[in-house]
Design a protein around this ligand. Structure first.
Ligand code: DON
Length: 592
């Protein structure tokens, strides 16, 4: 019986489609038409591809728990969502086991041992083997499984092997994604991308079309080695040999010793109270957990005006962007790969949030430069929108919130020869120029400067919210620094305003990150956005309503604690599939 057929058996209802607010301007990437919603008491997986959500749901149906399902989803995404799903990157997996503390598996990449704080001064090429940090994904998934998984490892990797060997049906998204990178000048012509062209190019040399099959035989073999020998195959065995050979060929920095030394770390989550909820986030080297919690505690200190029928009101956007501005300044000043200690806790405490909130003018924008404090501002940095997030809950209420990434789409674009997987370009997340912080968004502060074995600062913000002992919400997103604010806005809508999750995921988003000192609005070009932008400009904000800007892809799950029914919501902005095990019928849409 095929996986697709099996997964259909466990999904009792078709997902409900809700109308989404749509932009009228053309965008290059084909969006889905709406959020996708499923409900269930028996387990839900929401991820970027239907293959990953379905395969992970099947693992739940076979008796696996949320961590087992997450491991399967992550491996399948490495095959079916090659721009961000990965073996050669890293990320953070938040795990809430029933009746136990929430933990974070930190499988962020590390800097190769040969680097110093100045190693990348003057370097400009983001698509080069030198940009790759030591990958953490395989170690991270193995560490999560070793501690919490119940089904055999091999069984969890098997669906990904099948998709790699037998092929993935290319849909509109994948065709668009592959074609748009394969046709870039450098990818088409540069010798170092020959393996990329061989692995991802259409065998007939033409463009990909929906309905084609993408077969990845090298990746299938790599996954078989991982299924058979576990992470040792990747960090010490045959795959390590292939990575080291690739580094020699492409002038990368990762050595055999770097790979042998790599460890995924299981850490306590960072947490903070917000009204009756506890928010759990990823600890450093992610800035996500502490920054989101600081933002939420500023909301509590500030008292937002209550919501009208319209999300968002101009005043709410003003206040929330002032919160974002301040939180991102704290992030730049204090966060890097460091242990949580009292000093750091104080900098992101409830008291500090209240102090920062007290500096917000309810009418007027503050200039970012005026709050720089001890950070010296010099007179750009670009983060492309590629990472991927998924959320899982099982029948026992065990929750997983996982975000992992190659950094930019297709990472460094270096495919390890013969191994069929891409290496990340995550070294770009370090502060490259010690002491150099500019108004364009480059940050040069000390905590995130490069050092051997150190992990680069991340904005990935996989988040779990509990109410009492129970999981209430699971969320996260891709999107570079916007991740933090996408998660923040989902938390504000659901926890502060009790907005149903489908609406919260559907609704439009905005972002401020201290520098550059402008406020980006998702450009829902419907007149209303322009009106809001004009009102914000009157308050002193510089507003960017850029064409086709889409903020994140927040595949999330909320749980109604009265009924025990979980609602999974797949975002509409990129891919997205919400699948459930033994779903209960949804009679009415909760959409506006
Ligand atoms: O870890 C980080 O914060 C970035 N490397 C994430 C990049 C990202 O989210 C790009 N995509 N959506």
């Amino acid at each position: 019986m095929t996986l697709r057929f099996l997964s259909l058996l466990v999904v009792f209802i078709a997902p409900v489609s809700l109308p989404a607010v749509r932009a009228s301007e053309p965008i290059t990437r084909p969006p889905r038409q709406s959020v996708e919603v499923v409900e269930s008491r028996s387990g839900i997986v929401v991820s970027e591809t239907d293959e990953a959500s379905a395969a992970a749901c099947e693992i739940l149906a076979q008796g696996g728990n949320a961590v087992d399902a997450a491991v399967t989803a992550a491996f399948v995404l490495a095959v079916t969502w090659p721009e961000a799903g990965n073996l050669g990157g890293g990320g953070f997996m938040m795990i809430a086991p029933p009746e136990d503390d929430v933990v974070c598996v930190d499988y962020r990449e590390t800097a190769p041992v040969s680097v110093t704080a100045n190693s990348f001064v003057g370097w400009t090429d983001r698509h080069h083997a030198r940009m790759a940090g030591v990958p953490g994904t395989v170690a991270g998934l193995a560490a999560a499984h070793q501690r919490y998984g119940i089904l055999p490892w091999k069984q969890l990797v098997e669906p990904a092997i099948r998709f790699a060997r037998e092929g993935v049906e290319v849909d509109e998204f994948l065709a668009w994604s592959l074609n748009s990178y394969l046709t870039r000048e450098r990818v088409r012509t540069d010798a170092q991308f020959a393996e990329f062209r061989r692995v991802y190019g259409h065998p007939d040399g033409r463009k990909w079309r929906a309905g084609d099959r993408l077969i990845q035989s090298d990746l299938a073999e790599t996954l078989e080695l991982i299924a058979e020998h576990g992470p040792a195959a990747f960090y010490e065995g045959a795959i390590a040999d292939q990575i080291v050979a690739e580094m020699q060929r492409s002038e990368g920095l990762i050595t055999r010793e770097d790979l042998q030394e790599y460890k995924a770390l299981v850490k306590p989550a960072v947490s903070g109270r917000f009204r009756e909820f506890t928010i759990y986030g990823a600890p450093p080297p992610s800035s996500g957990g502490l920054t989101v919690i600081l933002e939420m505690q500023m909301v509590e200190a500030l008292e937002l005006t209550s919501s009208s029928d319209r999300f968002w009101t101009t005043e709410q956007i003003h206040l929330l962007s002032e919160i974002m501005r301040r939180a991102f300044r704290e992030r730049a000043a204090h966060l890097g790969d460091q242990p949580i200690n009292t000093e750091l806790r104080d900098k992101f405490s409830r008291d500090r949030a209240a102090e920062l909130a007290a500096t917000i003018d309810r009418q007027e924008a503050t200039s970012s430069e005026s709050i720089a404090g001890e950070i010296e501002i010099s007179e750009g940095s670009y983060e492309s929108p590629q990472t991927t997030h998924f959320s899982v809950i099982d029948a026992n209420g065990m929750a997983v919130s996982n975000t992992y990434t190659l950094e930019q789409s297709y990472g460094s674009r270096i495919v390890v020869e013969g191994a069929g997987f891409l290496l990340n370009n995550e070294m770009g997340d370090f502060n490259w120029y010690p002491g150099y912080t500019n108004t364009q968004g480059a940050i040069g502060t000390e905590p995130n400067q490069m050092a051997p074995g150190k992990r680069m600062l991340s904005s990935q913000s996989p988040t779990i919210v509990k109410q009492g002992e129970n999981v209430r919400l699971i969320t996260g997103s891709p999107g570079g620094r916007t991740i933090i604010n996408t998660v923040f806005e989902i938390l504000v809508q659901t926890l502060e305003f009790n907005r149903p999750l489908p609406e919260a995921v559907d609704g439009w988003r905005f972002h401020h990150q201290w520098f550059p000192d402008h406020l980006r609005l998702e450009s829902l070009d419907d007149g209303e956005a322009r009106q809001i932008a004009a009102e914000l400009e009157e308050r002193g904000h510089e507003v960017r309503l850029s064409t086709g800007y889409r903020q994140g892809s927040a595949h999330s799950i909320s749980i109604d604690l009265k009924t025990g029914i979980a609602t999974g919501v797949a975002d509409w902005r990129r891919g997205g599939s919400a699948r459930s095990v033994a779903a209960v019928p949804v009679t009415e849409s909760t959409a506006p």
